[in-house]
Design a binder for this molecule. Structure first.
Ligand code: ADP
Length: 564
């Protein structure tokens, strides 16, 4: 039968108690036995010896003192009541017979001698009995000593065994359990405890092993794998150089990485699960980032007392076609921005420095071409014309570069005023007429009379229309036409240039206004890809809108509208 630890402790203490009780009872019994034996030894035999001695004394005085007879009589009676040993009775009776003879007056030395002999006989009997009882008492004492020694030894041995084993019996399983718990804490879920007892410790070991089993199963279950993957993704996100904030579909903050904590000066614990727009109420940067147009241009943020630039990106996350949230990221583009600024400065310097010598080349070619200065033969004329055309192209390119650098440094100077739309159209047509004529392209203008003036910078708007027309002529075949249409749309005037040229593939349309973008495979080598980008900046800066529509192989329409 399995005993509980409580029962075992109770049994151990009970056994010790029983042994102690046994030893104590035995000791009491032996002591009692010895004392009773000693007492008997002292009383009965000792009294007899005393009576014998008294009777012997009385006998010596029996002829002298009548009191001696009485003394003898008293002691004889006492002796008769104190018969204890075998043979003592016969001797005492004989003594009484002899005494009665003396009492009746018969006195002879022989009789006295016989009495003395009987007294001595009784004395000897008791003397022997005393010796015998003494030996018995010694034997009993020796027995008692033996039994008490045996029992004490057993008691000591049992106590010793209990003292040696019991602490271990309690402590060993606890030590095993402690070691096991430590191993589990170290994630060693294969750890098991073996305690072959059917008591509480055995149950404890079983419970521990069950727990370790469950943990092992959990560790190897999908959930734990998912948790592990989650941890890994969190670690990756935290180690990213970009500042990242994750929102759920309801705009609640799901996570924020360390970089974002630093940049936004937010603490993950304080904002997880909170509504991002609510958090943004007290955080200027987050408020700016949550406005979706922050993506348009780099954000300037002061980090560590230094101007830094960040590009903002929003990624909507879909799971099985369902929007499950959004990831906002800010990438530090300070180094690119610095390079970009250096590039812009270099371009500005170069294009500015080139403008003067190119203008002077153009001036020179015009002078050389002047018949008043001296005649040129046909070949020389063609060479000079080529130089003039190249110089013209170079001037246009440097002009575009200069415009671009002004845009990039935010230095567009606008001279806004009321401008008659027709003036813009006339200026532009005049500027491209020579090019159009060269390709025998007819420029048709459709402009209704009575258009209201627009609020614009005349030079820059003309520049845009010239750029549209130059492109239209460039990308259109000879002997065709380019149409300029001006019309009023509510409070805006729209200018559009339609050509019947090569058109633009739809996939490029979204990038057509990007800086340095040229449709791949284009034949035009000397273009910069800046014209349309500058046009967009100029129109945007004036509060207008620029547009394109095109059909590949059929032609394009570029247009812009300006407020009246
Ligand atoms: P560039 O000044 O080099 O012409 P733009 O910014 O004006 O640069 O034009 C960008 C690109 O758009 C050109 O390289 C060309 O491929 C394409 N493009 C512009 N206008 C037209 C047009 N009217 N027809 C077809 N393609 C055009």
């Amino acid at each position: 039968m399995a005993l509980s630890i409580k029962s075992k402790i109770a049994a151990g203490i009970g056994i010790l108690f029983a042994l102690l009780l046994t030893v104590s009872i035995l000791a009491i019994v032996f002591i009692n036995l010895l004392s009773s034996k000693t007492e008997k030894l002292l009383t009965a035999n000792y009294n007899t010896i005393r009576y014998c001695s008294e009777m012997s004394d009385a006998l010596d005085e029996i002829n002298i003192s009548p009191a001696a007879l009485t003394k003898f009589e008293i002691n004889l009676k006492a002796q008769e009541n104190n018969i204890t040993e075998p043979g003592e009775d016969v001797a005492t009776k004989q003594l009484r017979t002899y005494y009665d003879q003396i009492k009746s007056g018969e006195q002879n030395p022989e009789l006295l001698h016989k009495i003395n002999k009987e007294i001595y006989e009784i004395y000897l009997l008791n003397q022997k009995a005393l010796e015998q009882k003494n030996a018995n008492a010694l034997k009993t004492a020796a027995n008692a000593k033996l039994w008490l020694t045996i029992l004490t030894t057993v008691l000591v041995l049992i106590s010793f065994t209990l003292v040696v084993n019991f602490p271990g019996y309690i402590a060993n399983p606890i030590r095993l359990l402690t070691e096991g718990i430590k191993e589990i804490a170290q994630k060693n879920y294969e750890k098991r405890i073996y305690i072959d007892n059917k008591d509480e410790f055995g149950e404890m070991a079983n419970a521990f092993n069950l727990m370790a089993n469950k943990l092992y199963e959990y560790e190897h279950s999908n959930l734990s794998r998912i948790m592990f993957e989650k941890k890994r993704v969190e670690t990756i996100i935290n180690q990213m150089e970009d500042a990242v904030i994750g929102l759920d579909a309801g705009n609640k903050v799901l996570f924020i990485n360390h970089k974002a904590e630093e940049l936004f000066n937010l603490k993950e614990a304080g904002i997880i699960g909170k509504n991002a727009p609510d958090v943004a109420l007290h955080n200027d940067l987050l408020r700016t980032v949550l406005q979706k147009d922050a993506k348009q241009r780099p954000l300037k943020i002061i980090v560590d007392k230094k101007e830094s630039y960040f590009s903002v990106d929003y990624r909507t996350v879909f799971s099985e076609g369902v929007n499950i949230g959004e990831v906002l990221s800010l990438r530090d583009i300070t180094s690119f921005k610095e390079l970009d600024i250096s590039k812009t400065n270099l371009l500005a310097t170069i294009s500015h420095e080139l403008k003067t010598p190119i203008s002077s080349i153009k001036m020179s070619t015009r002078l050389i071409n002047d018949d008043r200065i001296g005649g040129l033969n046909a070949e020389q004329k063609e060479l000079i014309n080529n130089i003039d055309e190249d110089a013209e192209r170079l001037l246009r390119i440097t002009g575009e570069l200069l415009n671009m650098t002004q845009i990039e440094t935010g230095n567009i100077q606008l001279k806004l005023q009321k401008v008659d739309p027709n003036n813009i159209v006339t200026n532009a047509v005049a500027a491209v007429q020579v090019q159009a004529d060269q390709k025998k392209i007819k420029i048709e203008v459709d402009s209704p009379p009575g258009l209201p003036p627009v609020h614009a910078d005349e030079d820059k708007t003309s520049w845009v229309l010239i750029n549209f027309l130059t492109n239209a002529i460039k990308y259109t075949g000879d002997n065709t036409s380019v149409k300029i249409k001006v019309n009023l749309e509510k409070d805006h005037v729209r200018f559009s240039v339609t050509d019947l040229g090569i058109g633009i593939e739809e996939k490029y349309l979204s990038r057509i206004f990007d800086r340095y973008f040229k449709v791949p495979g284009g034949l035009e080598k000397s273009s910069t890809g800046l014209g349309l980008a500058i046009s967009k900046e100029f129109i945007d800066a004036q509060g207008g809108k620029i547009d394109v529509s095109s059909e590949y192989g059929k032609g394009s329409t570029f247009s812009f509208s300006l407020p009246v």
